[in-house]
Design a binder for this molecule. Structure first.
Ligand SMILES: Nc1ncnc2c1ncn2[C@@H]1O[C@H](COP(=O)(O)OP(=O)(O)OP(=O)(O)O)[C@@H](O)[C@H]1O
Ligand code: SF4
Ligand SMILES: [Mg+2]
Length: 340
């Protein structure tokens, strides 16, 4: 495999770690939240890594750290092998030109008072990439690339005149117009109508084929992850429980949580992707009161005594997959049927 272009290396992110003396004295301190705990992810050039997990599992936290919108409590972000965790000033600006983010809600990415053309020209000007005389051409080319035609008409429209799907195409165009190496896409289709989701996903795949851009694709939906990604990382309560090639992980998951997600997922074909949140029996514990031993044990149908006391190792399953479970080999072979 090629060297990773972007690595999140043993990240830990604790919110409310230091509530301040006044909050402590008055008893109003929020408990610390461990949003990421020993998270390691590798993005390979031109490929897609999907990060899947329930609400609150730490997906957006990982994405925000990957774009250096937030700095981790500990751990490192590596870009092309170099530690970029503490970049500031012009070096940070240069990094941001290479690592872009697309959000769930395209309205957040666009200024309602600017035309689409102005919004698309803005990042080119900010990073000094295209002379003023060539901005219009660059904008029209990008609108063509995201299949919004006639391009000139879209360039002169305002966001309020466009549908949600069209706006998300603009947000994608805005992220890609400066030719970044990596795009972090945080649930880019989950707010769109089911009927237009596969069009946007296919567009992203096509743009990747044409430009070689690398994606970190965040989703609740394992079927979307399977459709979009080369590799999948499954997160739960701030930790990566399983990671591996998409097909190997879906056909032979080594973690009981991944198995349960697969059972809960809708049909994987993109045309049938439904608006569905992952629903498993029981409540996820909170990051401020993590279970002892395996963090998944309160909800795991296979939990044994050892699971309550001993943190499971990350088991290499020899298929390019790793799974953090005491019984990963057995689960991969026999599924949830095994008497653990
Ligand atoms: N700024 C913050 N301050 C305090 N806690 C935070 C902050 N941002 C996130 N958290 C907490 O960190 C945990 C992980 O949040 P995160 O947004 O990364 O989850 P997520 O997997 O993206 O969830 P969702 O699927 O709902 O978007 C949650 O418990 C969340 O409440
Ligand atoms: S270590 Fe135990 S509790 Fe955790 S996932 Fe594996 S079987 Fe379940
Ligand atoms: Mg999120």
């Amino acid at each position: 495999m090629t060297d990773p272009i972007l690595t999140l290396d043993t990240l830990r992110m604790v919110y409310n770690a230091d509530p301040g003396i006044l909050a402590r004295l008055t008893g109003r301190a929020d408990p610390p939240v461990i949003a990421a705990d020993d998270v390691t992810l590798h993005l390979h050039p031109g490929k897609t890594l999907a990060v899947v997990g329930e609400s609150g599992s730490g997906k957006t936290t990982a994405g925000r750290i990957a774009t250096l919108q937030e700095r981790p409590t500990s751990g490192r972000v590596l870009f092309e092998g170099k530690d970029v965790t503490d970049l500031t000033g012009t070096a940070l600006k240069a990094f941001r030109a290479k690592v872009q983010m697309i959000f769930q809600n395209p309205y957040d990415a666009l200024n309602p008072r600017l035309t689409i053309g102005q919004s698309l020209a803005e990042p080119l000007t900010l990073h000094g990439l295209v002379p003023k005389s060539e901005l219009r051409t660059a904008v029209l080319e990008m609108l063509e690339a995201v299949e919004l035609r006639p391009a000139a008409q879209f360039a002169d429209a305002f966001p309020s005149e466009l549908s949600g799907g069209q706006l998300q195409r603009i947000a994608i165009a805005r992220a890609l117009i400066i030719k970044p190496r990596v795009v972090i896409a945080d649930e880019p289709v989950s707010m769109l109508d089911v009927s237009i989701r596969s069009g946007v996903m296919n567009l992203m795949r096509g743009l990747q084929r044409n430009t070689g851009v690398t994606y970190l694709y965040i989703t609740h939906d394992l079927s979307v992850a399977r459709y979009m990604a080369d590799r999948i990382a499954v997160m739960y309560l701030g930790a990566v429980l399983e990671e591996g090639p998409a097909e190997a992980l879906i056909s032979g998951a080594g973690h009981p949580y991944t198995r349960l997600l697969i059972q809960a997922a809708p049909d994987h074909r993109a045309s049938e992707v439904k608006r569905q949140r992952i629903r498993l029996p029981g409540d996820a514990a909170s990051q401020s009161g993590l279970p002892t031993g395996c963090r998944f044990h309160p909800r795991c149908p296979l939990a044994q005594d050892v699971c309550r006391t001993k943190v499971p190792p990350r088991v290499d399953l020899g298929t390019g997959q790793t799974a953090a479970c005491h019984f990963a080999e057995e689960v991969r072979q026999d599924g949830l049927a095994i008497p653990a």
